[in-house]
Design a protein around this ligand. Structure first.
Ligand code: FES
Length: 191
């Protein structure tokens, strides 16, 4: 498995940065994962202003699929960064934060609910580009907006798998957010 020292560009809506507890928690986790962060401002398509955090981490670079093989609204399951961490790769049909491909609509997310680890497998709703509701307490996550919670008990965004493309190939190169059950994404599962 090829090791890849990456720079992660995490983009958040400006209003998210002012939501209080959730953001403070995310920043602490990112600090633990990455050892530091630099905040800059960037302009995104659509005229919205976003804050971008540039993080450094050490994740494997793994090929997880190809652009030409993806079917609109049909998620493909894959494991990353460990064999027991379940994720989906999906072409949303709508531009998404950190989306790849010519339409910026190909994204990947972890499938364990951030509330208490409920299984989100099989809950993708193509009509609304959301994952959920979680079968335990009904949290639903918006995959066009970095996995942001749109309803339910959860307060943390769903971990987003950072993607890169090379030609038709899609690679997973990192994770934004802490995967449920892990003290750090690159340090193994919590005891
Ligand atoms: S575990 Fe998913 S909402 Fe509680």
């Amino acid at each position: 498995m090829e090791k890849h020292n990456i720079q992660l560009h995490e983009v958040h809506r400006e209003h998210e940065a002012h939501e209080g507890g959730g953001r403070a928690c995310m920043s602490r986790r990112q600090f633990l994962l990455a050892g530091g962060a630099v905040v800059t401002l960037v302009a995104m398509p659509g005229g919205l202003t976003f804050a971008a955090q540039v993080l450094k981490g050490d994740y494997p670079k793994v090929k997880i699929g190809s652009l030409s093989a993806l079917k609109l609204g049909k998620p493909v399951a894959f494991a990353y960064p460990y064999s027991d961490v379940r994720n989906i790769l999906v072409k949303l049909g709508a531009p998404a934060g950190a989306g790849v491909g010519k339409d910026s609509d190909v994204v990947a997310f972890n499938q364990q609910c951030t509330h208490m680890g409920g299984p989100l497998d099989g809950t993708y709703k193509a009509q609304h580009q959301v994952l959920g509701p979680c079968p335990l307490h009904l949290t639903t996550f918006d995959l066009t907006r970095h996995g942001m919670v749109v309803s339910g008990h959860g307060t943390e965004s769903l971990p987003q798998i950072v993607l890169e493309t090379r030609g038709d190939d899609i690679y997973a190169v990192g994770v934004l957010g802490l995967i449920h059950g892990y003290s750090a994404n690159t340090a193994g599962r919590r005891a």
